[in-house]
Design a protein around this ligand. Structure first.
Ligand SMILES: N[C@@H](CCC(=O)N[C@@H](CS)C(=O)NCC(=O)O)C(=O)O
Length: 199
């Protein structure tokens, strides 16, 4: 399998952490291209977004959540998703929330690269900022220390990205989330291995 990625992408980090927790990282060839939005691999996603995984039989898979689920299914049920319907929905909702916060942060950080700063209006910034603040508030207390599921991976990747790109002091407002994040980072070797600049 090939994974097309860029170094600081939190969505790519999600996939990379999941692959490590599932013991699949050696089966994935990592293909980096930081600059070319039209490269041959990325172009297999019509949305031109990464990560994109190309399976051994050449099938392109995106987005990051679908890739994580695909890897989970390949891994003989080590299980980043609970089999219990309610618990699985909880895991996937945490993942969706973390992805949504990353999506909201995108126009505030990556957006500046893609579009001139003056095209990012103050109301748009406030709209995006509110999603980030409310999303973090919803996650406060939603995670337990032992969690290493797809939701936890996404939340940790998102918080790592906030620390990289956003200058807001989120830990003061969300102390339980801060404690959870510290424990996840300390007990998940794949987290340090996939830190910004390391992938
Ligand atoms: N929902 C997608 C989001 C992926 C995404 O936004 N990736 C960014 C890089 S971090 C990207 O490719 N942006 C380029 C674009 O939006 O055109 C996922 O979970 O994979």
């Amino acid at each position: 399998m090939n994974l097309r990625y860029v170094t600081n992408s939190p969505y790519c980090r999600k996939v990379a952490i999941a692959a490590r927790l599932l013991g699949l990282e050696k089966r994935i060839e990592m293909l980096n291209n930081e600059t070319d939005f039209g490269d041959a691999v990325r172009s297999q996603n019509p949305l031109k977004k990464i990560p994109i995984l190309i399976t051994d039989d050449g099938q392109p898979i995106y987005d990051s959540s679908v890739i994580v689920l695909y890897l989970d299914n390949l891994s003989d049920g080590k299980g980043l998703y609970s089999k219990d319907a309610h618990q699985q929905a909880r895991v996937m909702t945490n993942e969706a929330l973390a992805d949504g916060i990353m999506d909201a942060l995108g126009p505030l950080s990556q957006g500046k690269k893609l579009f001139p700063a003056e095209q990012i209006s103050a109301p748009r910034i406030a709209h995006q900022r509110s999603k980030i603040d409310k999303g973090l508030a919803a996650l406060e207390g939603a995670l337990s220390s032992s969690m290493k599921d797809a939701g936890a991976i996404a939340v940790a990747s998102m918080l790592g990205y906030l620390d990289l790109r956003d200058k807001q002091p989120w830990r003061e407002k969300h102390p339980n989330l801060a404690v959870w994040f510290f424990a996840f980072a300390a007990t998940t070797p794949g987290f340090a291995e996939t830190a910004p600049g390391k992938l």
